[in-house]
Design a protein around this ligand. Structure first.
Ligand code: FAD
Length: 425
């Protein structure tokens, strides 16, 4: 007999027997979010069902009571960069504007599992940045001190301090990149990327938001008084407020509105190795080697590095970049040389000239932007959604994202954070 999942009580719901019985009987699982047909009109339309779009919809409903909202996603939710990233969460930024914003995001992450009642596997295992020279040590001292002045945790590390946190690194005398020290943000770490998208989707849907997948926005209906609606693969939908949260495709959609954005799109690649026993329980970043690595709960090494250095919308990535990243990894961890790589992928990231995001209004009434997260917007999802919802609801910038408006390019008030990432944004 088929029993709906929702009627099961604990422990039947979660026991191995319960799962097995579902597999055999194929009884109905309750979907985590509704999949309605689009309505003819909404108060707000969010384009892009990545983490930022979904979080924005959730906070619009939760913080502002605006629930007549649709999230339009051309593929499946989380299928863009949100489901393709290396899951690092941190707030180790240099400038006050960035530190305030990203640390708010880390704080939201700290309570997010509870708030959404969804296990996002947030693991504050720390993030260690390596210094390989006296110049690195000087630069990192300044960086770590700036973080402390901004109220963000950071601890300078000696060589021995690094060894305590990541003993698998090469500390031999002949190491190609000697480890002279570094610094750690202990509240940094990783979170499960799909779960962040799914958790926000479920919570937004429960509050009344329509999440509409396989619905591509193909154009806009703009009148003299501003935006009137979107053309989609599922017909015209009316609205006078649109939030664009489409990451690497921001300039493509902006172009349809006659807007030119200071964004270049690149492929960013990542790889995972075959699973191995626990060997690394922190995130390690080496700006000099151009790589970072962590170990997932399944045991795979999750490896990332720099961008493919030419503009592209091809979601593939090239072999020379993979070779560089792996060469960097083996320089730091020669013991990984016999590991096999399990898979490799790429996402299209939206890089702004000053390596900081764009959140706020445009010159077209009713069109708002959330983009430019480049290689680092996963960690920004909670705060990005929170602040963007504020802007969509009130028309005004949230104080935390006010410095990140499009107008900063006209004012020359750039926030150049490339140095703080250590990896090309
Ligand atoms: P996305 O998740 O890309 O969502 C945008 C959505 O818009 C997509 O689902 C797309 O299908 C949809 N869309 C596009 N065009 C249309 C259209 N016309 N109509 C409807 N829908 C449309 N960040 C970190 O903080 N930490 C990391 O460790 C990290 N590692 C990364 C590693 C890699 C390999 C990559 C690629 C990125 C990494 N990032 C990381 C960056 C991070 O993933 C992104 O900044 C973040 O996910 C952006 O979220 P988003 O919601 O804006 O975009």
């Amino acid at each position: 007999m088929s029993v709906p999942f929702s009627t099961l009580k604990f422990p039947e719901r979660y026991s191995a027997l319960g799962l097995l019985s579902h597999a055999i009987t194929r009884s109905a699982w309750q979907p985590a979010w509704r999949s309605p047909d689009p309505k003819p009109a909404y108060d707000v339309i969010i384009v892009g069902g990545g983490g930022h779009g979904l979080a924005t919809a959730y906070y619009l409903a939760r913080n502002h009571g605006i629930t007549n909202v649709a999230v339009l996603e051309k593929g499946w939710i989380g299928g863009g960069n949100t489901g393709r990233n290396t899951t690092v969460v941190r707030s180790n930024y240099l400038f006050s504007e960035s530190a305030r914003f990203y640390d708010f995001s880390v704080r939201l992450y700290e309570g997010l599992g509870r708030e959404l009642n969804y296990n996002i596997m947030f693991s504050q295992r720390g993030m260690v940045t390596l210094a390989h020279s006296r110049h690195d040590l000087d630069a990192q001292r300044r960086w770590a001190n700036a973080m402390r002045l901004n109220g963000v945790d950071s601890d300078l590390l000696t060589r021995e301090g690094v060894r305590d946190l990541a003993p698998a690194l090469d500390f031999s005398d002949g190491a190609r990149l000697p480890i002279m020290g570094g610094f750690v943000q202990k509240r940094g770490g990783t979170a499960r990327h799909d779960a962040v998208a799914w958790g926000y989707a479920r919570a937004a849907s429960a509050l009344g938001v329509d999440i509409i997948q396989n619905c591509e926005v193909t154009g806009f209906d703009v009148g003299t008084d501003g935006i009137r609606g979107v053309q989609t693969s599922r017909g015209l939908i009316a609205t006078n407020r649109i939030g664009l949260a489409v990451a690497g495709h921001s300039s493509v959609l902006a172009d349809k509105l006659g807007l030119k954005l200071p964004i270049t799109s690149y492929a960013l690649q990542a790889l995972v190795s075959e699973p191995i026993k626990p060997v690394l329980d922190t995130v390690v970043l080496s700006p000099a080697a151009g790589i970072y690595v962590s170990q997932s709960d399944k045991g795979e090494l999750v490896i990332g590095g720099g961008l493919d250095l030419y503009a592209s919308y091809a979601q593939r990535g090239n072999l020379p970049t993979v070779e560089n990243v792996l060469a960097g990894l083996l320089t730091l961890f020669p013991r990984f040389s016999r590991l096999r790589m399990l898979r490799q992928w790429a996402g299209i990231v939206d890089v702004v000239h000053d390596s900081s995001p764009i959140v706020g209004r445009t010159d077209i009434p009713g069109i708002f932007l959330n983009c430019g997260w480049g290689t680092g917007g996963f960690k920004a999802i909670p705060a990005g959604g929170y602040c963007f919802a504020h802007t969509l609801a009130t028309g005004d910038a949230h104080p935390l994202t006010a410095p990140f408006g499009l107008d900063r390019f006209a004012r020359g008030a750039l926030i150049d954070e490339a140095a703080a990432s250590g990896i090309a944004h």
